[in-house]
Design a protein around this ligand. Structure first.
Ligand code: ADP
Length: 457
């Protein structure tokens, strides 16, 4: 059976309440009945003692029983629904009342319902001077005699219990509906959002406000899930368009040139073939980068840990880029504190790949006559490497995305060769080393990447 949270919660609360109210109503009723009956029995016992005392006085003053001894008690007995029989010392009847007279006039209540009851008598000895001179039999149709007022008192109490029970039920039912709404509404909203997300509507958000911590967390996480799905979706679309663009360009160049050569429109020359070969190499590089990315993303990559001297590693990378930098007339400068060792625990080749990507970006995105500075420093725990250029910089809105796959900033940058994979690879490799990478950039002013790796002590 399918129930909404609200309905289920209300049902549970109301069920518990019905049980609690019924139980307490029954308990209160039983307690009141018992206390009341005990009180009535006490009154009856006192009445019996009073009767015995009365007949003792009669005997004391008359010295014997006569047919009229204590007869005046008959009226009181009749009015109070009990029946008297006076016996002498030999248990012979002196006088007696007919119990049928009271049978139909009394209002006996036993266990809440009116009934005629069974006629019972109790016998009490009348002792005068330590000698039993007679017996008084008190008979009644119920163990506890209740007057009309007594019965209506009990009925009123029972009515009040039932009324307060119903009233409590009603109030709690209303409160439970309001309370359960507090839970059900935000959960319903979040559930609607997640259904929308699962249907591919990634713009769907839940804007419900709740002061219940779990519901607030749920709302926040479903919204951030929506945001992630949305940006992943955008990224995926961009990725497909970028990959197809990257592949299409070299293929088109190759195809057009080869067709022109076959048709004899352009002559087959070493220069032309070299140009075409460059396109094939570019194409191969892209596929290699995609392959590295795939390996890293599928956690297939293994790292070979060893002691790495970051100073030496950076000098070697800078050496590899010196020709490229000179060609572009870019100064490639490395600064480091003297007599300091910058040892870290890591995979030499993979760390080298990180700085190849960062320094090559520095050169790529810096104009002729620019400068790319590499600074290495350390404190007790961290080795910090900064790669700072005075190049074209990165737009503020692009900064958060540059580490995403295939992200290459605005289209105007696409003139500069690249695949948008270098920084993704760098970040992943650093994450495998529990190292971090941060970026600061100002458009047209320059960019600084800061890598922090734990120092080996
Ligand atoms: P690629 O360089 O192959 O395009 P990356 O992942 O290395 O890919 O870089 C992603 C994007 O970040 C670049 O396309 C560029 O827009 C931006 N970027 C990276 N480094 C720099 C830099 N030093 N200066 C300016 N922009 C940069």
């Amino acid at each position: 059976m399918k129930h909404s949270i609200r309905r289920r919660l209300s049902l549970i609360i109301i069920f518990c309440l019905v049980v609690a109210v019924s139980l307490s109503a029954v308990l209160i009723n039983v307690t009141i009945n018992n206390t009341f009956n005990k009180y009535m029995e006490d009154i009856q016992n006192k009445r019996n003692a009073r009767l015995v005392e009365y007949f003792q006085q009669i005997y004391k003053s008359d010295g014997k029983w006569s047919a009229t001894s204590g007869e005046e008690m008959k009226h009181e007995a009749y009015m109070s629904d009990y029946c008297l029989t006076l016996l002498d010392g030999n248990r012979k009847v002196v006088w007696e009342m007919d119990h049928n007279d009271i049978k139909f006039k009394n209002h006996m209540m036993l266990n809440g319902k009116e009934e005629k009851g069974v006629y019972n008598t109790s016998s009490f000895a009348i002792d005068v001077n330590e000698k039993t001179v007679g017996y008084i039999l008190v008979g009644q149709y119920s163990s506890v005699l209740l007057t009309k007022e007594d019965i209506s008192f009990k009925t009123e109490i029972n009515k009040s219990i039932a009324f307060s029970g119903v009233l409590t039920l009603l109030i709690v039912a209303i409160i439970s509906l309001i309370l359960s709404k507090q839970f059900s509404e935000p959960i319903k909203a979040v559930s609607n959002t997640s259904v929308n997300l699962s249907r591919g509507n990634y713009d769907s958000r839940s804007n419900i406000k709740s002061n219940i911590e779990e519901i607030r967390n749920l709302t926040e996480s479903i919204n951030s899930l929506g945001e992630k799905l949305n940006s992943q979706d955008l990224l995926r679309k961009r990725l497909i368009s970028d990959i197809s663009h990257e592949i299409r360009t070299p293929l088109n160049v190759l195809q057009n040139n080869l067709e022109a050569m076959i048709d004899g429109i352009i002559p087959v020359s070493t220069d032309k073939l070299n140009n075409l070969n460059d396109e094939v190499i570019r194409f191969g590089k892209l596929l290699n980068n995609l392959n590295t990315l795939k390996e890293i993303e599928s956690d297939e990559i293994l790292i070979n840990l060893g002691l790495v001297n970051m100073g030496e590693l950076l000098s070697s990378v800078i050496g590899d880029f010196s020709i490229e930098a000179t060609e572009k007339n870019i100064q490639l400068v490395m600064t480091k504190e003297d007599k300091k060792e910058f040892m870290v625990l890591g995979d030499y080749d993979k760390l080298k790949q990180v700085f190849i990507n960062l320094i090559s970006n520095g050169i790529k995105f810096t104009n002729i006559n620019g400068i790319v500075e590499i600074n290495i420093s350390s404190d007790i725990n961290i080795v910090k490497i900064q790669i700072k250029d005075n190049g074209i910089g990165i737009k503020k809105e692009d900064l958060t995305f540059i580490f995403e796959r295939m992200y290459r900033g605005d289209k105007s940058r696409h003139k500069i060769e690249g695949s948008g994979i270098g920084l993704t690879i760098a970040k992943k490799i650093l994450a495998l080393h529990s190292a971090t990478i941060d970026v600061e950039s100002k458009e047209n002013k320059g960019t600084t990447f800061t890598v922090s790796i734990s120092k080996h002590k």
